[in-house]
Design a protein around this ligand. Structure first.
Ligand SMILES: Cc1cc2nc3c(=O)[nH]c(=O)nc-3n(C[C@H](O)[C@H](O)[C@H](O)COP(=O)(O)OP(=O)(O)OC[C@H]3O[C@@H](n4cnc5c(N)ncnc54)[C@H](O)[C@@H]3O)c2cc1C
Length: 426
């Protein structure tokens, strides 16, 4: 099968883009393929959110995977979900369960599971009329258009001091994470200063473990991970006007509240600290010693703390995602990249006439919210509007050429007709 559209990545962004193409562009589902190695769509979203124990999303209820902004609210009403169960104030942030149910209902209603190829794209070679795509298991196929929606969740950020492959040192966002305590009342050191570290620490404390939270900085309390002004023109004007990609990168870095926690999580954390259910060290980690029974976590101030296990909640690496696959694509098609390595794309998020991007790969165009659900929605709007414009231009061109051909065709018989009677009358 040669799909008209192939989406690489079946996460939040890939699923939303698929919905936009089917609902707004009118793409026939059998012309679309979503390639993702997981057994089910949204797998990385499911496992990363599940591990934190979060009950509600950080983003508001208008940020979901369907096209109409009120779809999630409408779904909750139809399911008669009480407002207090379904949403948390402020900003009516949806419950994770409600968000997931709504997402799976969308996947089901559009039949996206049937379009999901459980495979990994390992290479892609764009040319003028399409893209050759190599799947790890099934080999080469050709798609007319590709959207890269690969996210960053396959690259958890590992501090230099943390050994990989140690049975008591784990990253909570590692695919296949299996690092939960195996005994009661374990001493667990959670490393990280953001919302996920705080949520995991609270989760472990509730289960009766002795939790030590290690953050490099004070708690940074922000409702969202960037100012909501970025969703409209208020914050965007300067960014959009900026042609220098290095300046755009600076604006993104400044605008993101990295390692921040919203007020409700901050409150729960402060309560747990007061009740000594969680101990907190504002310290950098220098080294990790591994003994037979215990681990020794050495801080930069020289102190060494004992731990049964260390859980890293240090987020994702900020480098361009996609590894060798994207490196080779850049080399093969000579695609433009900024100093930071990220794609330089046009307003319709085109990196190549046949390759579009969303998520982290689109951030120099979409801005600080690019990785979030809001970023998926902005990318969806931009991609769909240029696809529609393109197909409108194509259909106008076709109509004009039909009219020209039709007129020629129309003139010919008329000429003949006028000639024939003349001949007949002769
Ligand atoms: C715990 C947590 C909570 C969050 N909460 C919120 C929130 O409340 N609101 C919000 O707006 N955002 C939130 N985010 C941020 C963001 O929305 C999520 O990280 C989201 O999952 C990003 O979606 P994605 O599709 O870009 O990436 P992913 O979910 O990572 O999906 C990308 C998919 O592409 C696949 N892939 C990668 N490479 C290839 C390849 N070569 N071939 C095929 N497939 C490939 C991956 O395996 C993966 O399945 C949260 C993030 C986390 C971690």
């Amino acid at each position: 099968m040669s799909p008209e559209w192939l989406i690489v990545g079946g996460g939040i962004h890939g699923v939303h883009l698929a919905a936009r193409l089917i609902i707004e562009v009118g793409l026939q589902p059998d012309r679309l393929m979503i390639v993702d190695p997981a057994d089910r769509l949204l797998d990385r979203w499911q496992s990363c959110t599940e591990v934190t124990g979060m009950q509600f999303l950080r983003s508001p209820s208008v940020h979901h995977l369907d096209v109409h902004h009120a779809s999630l609210q409408y779904y909750a009403g139809k399911k008669q979900i009480r407002k207090t169960d379904g949403f948390a104030e402020p900003y009516a942030r949806p419950a994770l369960k409600l968000f997931n149910d709504h997402s799976y209902q969308l996947i089901q209603s559009l039949g996206l599971d049937a379009l999901h190829k459980r495979d990994r794209v390992v290479s892609s070679k764009p040319h003028r009329s399409g893209v050759m795509v190599k799947l790890a298991r099934e080999g080469w196929l050709e798609a007319q258009n590709v959207i890269l929606a690969i996210g960053a969740s396959e690259q958890p950020s590992w501090p230099d001091w943390a050994p990989r492959g140690h049975d008591r040192v784990h990253h909570i966002f590692d695919p296949g994470f299996s690092g939960w305590p195996t005994a009661e009342g374990e001493k667990v050191t959670v490393v990280g200063g953001g919302i996920s570290a705080a949520q995991v620490a609270l989760r472990l404390a509730e289960r009766g473990h002795q939790v030590r939270l290690v953050t490099r900085h004070e708690f940074r309390v922000h409702q969202f991970d960037s100012d909501p002004g970025w969703l409209g023109p208020r914050e965007r004007v300067d960014f959009d006007r900026q042609k220098q990609t290095s300046r755009r990168r600076e604006i993104i870095t400044d605008a993101r509240h990295r390692g921040s926690i919203p007020p409700d999580v901050s409150l729960a954390l402060r309560r747990a600290l007061q009740e000594k259910k969680i101990l907190w060290d504002q310290q950098g980690v220098k080294e990790l010693f591994s003994g037979d029974e215990m681990l020794g976590v050495q801080f930069e101030d020289g102190r060494v703390m004992e731990a049964d296990r260390v859980l890293l909640a240090t987020g994702f690496s900020p480098v361009r995602p996609g590894g060798k696959f994207i490196d080779q694509l850049v080399d093969f098609a000579d695609l433009p990249c900024a100093e930071c390595g990220f794609p330089i794309v046009d307003g319709g998020l085109k990196w190549h006439s046949r390759v579009r991007v969303t998520g982290p790969l689109a951030e120099l165009e979409v801005g600080p919210v690019s990785r979030n659900i809001a970023g998926a929605r902005i990318a969806g709007e931009r991609i769909v509007s240029t696809v529609k414009e393109q197909s409108w231009k194509k259909s106008v061109k076709n109509s004009i050429s039909n009219v020209i051909q039709g007129r020629a065709g129309f003139l010919r018989p008329r000429t003949r007709k006028t000639i024939t009677p003349t001949i007949n009358s002769d």
